[in-house]
Design a protein around this ligand. Structure first.
Ligand SMILES: CC(C)(COP(=O)(O)OP(=O)(O)OC[C@H]1O[C@@H](n2cnc3c(N)ncnc32)[C@H](O)[C@@H]1OP(=O)(O)O)[C@@H](O)C(=O)NCCC(=O)NCCS
Length: 187
């Protein structure tokens, strides 16, 4: 794996976003911005983050994610329900933060609108991300979240990640500061 933000292998530039039985993982579109802003403004969705996002912050995040996918061919894909075309949130792969264990490897992550919880969508999308990462020679995938984020940790465990470490997030204070790290080897 190479430096943060740089495409590290040819596949990262060329991979075609995958589909699953119920979902499409794809590049972001302008029409995603409105439902993404609603999701990011929902205090329940954002309860394990320091604060909900404003419309401007949400749009800026979507643009950073879109650029990363454009440059690297992989990233936090927009998640669409195949049967309706509805935007559900994101699931995908992103570089691990530099401050953390697993730095230099890819992190798997997810954020879905509340109406889409409890249906196995995050797990289904994440398993597809692991499958194509493994197929393209990615040796291991990591994930991190606040220690209190039980639903996210449950997804990590469902897709076969195992606990590695606990560490305080350097930029977060209060009850959300303690974070946990999980990983899974793919080879
Ligand atoms: C983390 C998050 C994506 C988890 O969503 P989720 O819907 O609980 O996770 P899954 O997609 O794995 O769904 C599993 C649930 O769907 C149920 N389910 C229903 N139909 C299913 C199906 N066909 N297949 C699998 N599971 C199904 C499971 O029983 C399980 O329910 P349970 O939680 O009551 O046990 C969601 O809580 C979220 O978006 N949170 C806010 C953002 C966030 O914190 N992200 C992580 C930050 S690091």
């Amino acid at each position: 794996m190479g430096e943060m933000g740089e495409p590290r292998t040819a596949w990262e530039r060329t991979v075609i976003p995958p589909r699953t039985a119920r979902l499409i993982l794809r590049q972001w579109r302008p029409s995603d911005l409105e439902p993404f802003a609603q999701l990011n403004a929902d205090p329940e969705v954002m309860r394990f983050f320091p604060a909900p996002l404003s419309r401007e912050e949400s749009d800026a995040l979507a643009e950073r994610i879109r650029l990363r996918i454009e440059e690297a061919g992989v990233g936090l894909f927009a998640l669409e329900l195949r049967e309706s075309g509805e935007f559900l949130g994101f699931t995908g792969l992103n570089p691990m933060p530099e401050w953390s264990p697993g730095s230099g490897f890819l992190e798997i992550g997810w954020r879905l609108r509340r109406e889409a919880w409890g249906r196995g969508y995050a797990t289904e999308a994440a398993l597809e991300c692991l499958r194509f990462a493994g197929e393209h020679g990615v040796p291991e995938v990591w994930s991190l979240t606040a220690r209190l984020n039980i639903p996210s940790i449950a997804v990590m465990r469902r897709i076969g990640l195992e606990y590695v470490a606990a560490l305080d997030h350097p930029d977060v204070d209060g009850p959300l500061k303690p974070h946990v790290f999980y990983r899974r080897g793919l080879t």
